[in-house]
Ligand binder design. Sequence first.
Ligand code: SF4
Length: 333
Amino acid sequence: MSCENLLEVQNLCQYFPVTKGTFKRKIGDVKAVDHVSLAVRKGETLGIVGESGCGKTTMGRCIVRLNKPTGGHICFRGEDGELQDIFKLNKQDSFRLRKKIQIVFQDPYASLNPAKNIFTAFDEPLKLHGVSSREKRYAIASGMMETVNLSPRYLERYPHEFSGGQRQRICIAKALAMNPELIVCDEPVSALDVSIQAQIMNLMRRLQKEYNLTYLFIAHDLSVVKYMSDRIAVMYLGKIVELAESTEIVENCEHPYTKALMSAVPIPKLGAKKEKILLTGDVPSPLNPPSGCRFHPRCSQCMEICREKEPELREISGRPGHYCACHLVGHTE
Ligand code: SF4
């Protein structure tokens, strides 16, 4: 893994306006992603974990330009080695970037057209990106199917003829056919059985090495993210609350929310027990987030200051690379 950042997200905001009445008067914003900054290093897997509705998928969709952010910047390292804002590219660079950043969705069935055979899923984007010969497109698609351990004969079949795991392999192969640098994996194994999850994750790890890929791996299951990621960012209600190397998060997490998530991860050892931290209450509405620290209504260690002042995400003193947004934690000045 290189130390060079392939992607930088700076102060990203994605607000969705909420309207009311006949005249659609705006009454507020759902702040799905609120001033998020992070960097993804070339060759690493950065895991994003958090409960449903925390904004992780919305951020992923902004990175692949399926959503236009309300504010902030998303910069990707272009062919000239410079970081460029992906929403300010000219038409030609914008078209080229589409190949470089691919996405794998949670539901592989929804990402494939049920009325068309599997080859079509490869054929259309390859044609669009200038592979003019059908033989060549077929050869690329066959090669990619073999890479994900599926027979090229399956290219003639239709999506309903495959299992969930096979469909997800096809979606991964389809993304790889574009020769991407970054793949945003949005809950890629959440819809699969546990045994199939392991196969897909091992496949993705192998492909990462073979194709020198960088992953942004989004999931709600911390044990899955832990297995896949070099570093983990924990999101809560549109904000990153903790970010560190995976082992550091697992062994020495500091944020009370991360501790609660960690306590829910089962220990794969017979008879092993650990104390579960149960979070009370639901995740508050992003339309009207709590004042100060957004986690304070559910935090057992809440103090006076937590209700008034929002904690910043800062590096913990003496723990390089470990960032936490909590008033309990001492930060590097
Ligand atoms: Fe809990 Fe306060 Fe830390 Fe928020 S800032 S997580 S409320 S201790």
